[in-house]
Write a protein that binds this ligand. Structure first.
Ligand SMILES: [Zn+2]
Length: 224
């Protein structure tokens, strides 16, 4: 199965899974519709999961619906209740805190064609305890690390406190440490544009915690 990162970060988030039978699933649609559509094959029914309705995750959802794509948002999810999409994707939504008015859904996604298990979480302040198994892919946001934020604050360069609505490297590291099984692929997404996180620290922290580490970038393709 292929994962294509269309974009990642506060300017907009969108990724697309394509399995070996060309079934596609869009994960968040916070970029222009015209851009997303160039990556869609329309061979099979297409669905899109939206973690939450902040624009950088949901911008294109109305236009995607108009062209026949099934878009799943908060109103379609019940925490912990499995959805089966097109008989291909089994999706377990898990609701997580984000900011004071918003929760974000994370998803355990199982592809029945290739037997792959994925967990995706973004825009949240904590992660759930998952079953300890070998995940084919963990796709987790990292918005800041505490050391970099502390350095920025002491040098007077601190940005607003938006990062506090997101996950820190230290939090994700201790969450990952609880797994006896390393994930096959770990994709770190949604890095802040404000320089709140160190890329070299991401690499040194996570390299030994997964088989393959990726830092999400525009147009990156990953085989999982
Ligand atoms: Zn958000």
């Amino acid at each position: 199965m292929k994962l294509k990162i269309i974009d990642s970060g506060s300017s907009g988030n969108c990724a697309i899974f394509t399995d070996k039978e060309n079934n596609q699933l869009i994960l968040d649609c916070g970029i222009k519709y015209e851009k997303i559509i160039t990556h869609i094959n329309f061979e099979k029914p297409i669905s899109c999961l939206v973690s939450h309705e902040h624009k950088d995750h949901s911008l294109a959802m109305d236009k995607l619906k108009k062209c026949g794509i099934s878009v799943y948002t908060h109103s379609n999810f019940t925490n912990g209740q499995m959805l089966i999409i097109n008989n291909v994707w089994k999706v377990l939504p898990i609701e997580l805190p984000h900011d004071k008015d918003t929760t974000s859904y994370s998803f355990i996604i199982y592809n029945t064609i290739e037997n792959k298990t994925i967990y995706f979480a973004t825009d949240c302040t904590q992660l759930p305890q998952l079953a300890d198994k070998k995940y084919d892919l963990l796709m987790i946001e990292n918005n800041y690390d505490e050391e970099t934020v502390a350095t920025q604050t002491s040098s007077g360069n601190s940005q607003n406190c938006g990062y506090l609505r997101h996950l820190s490297l230290e939090y994700v590291q201790s969450w990952l440490n609880r797994f006896a099984n390393k994930p096959k692929n770990l994709v770190i997404t949604h890095l802040s544009n404000s320089g709140n996180i160190s890329i070299s620290k991401i690499k040194t922290t996570y390299n030994s915690m997964c088989d393959n580490l990726y830092i999400a970038q525009k147009n990156m393709e990953i085989q999982i």
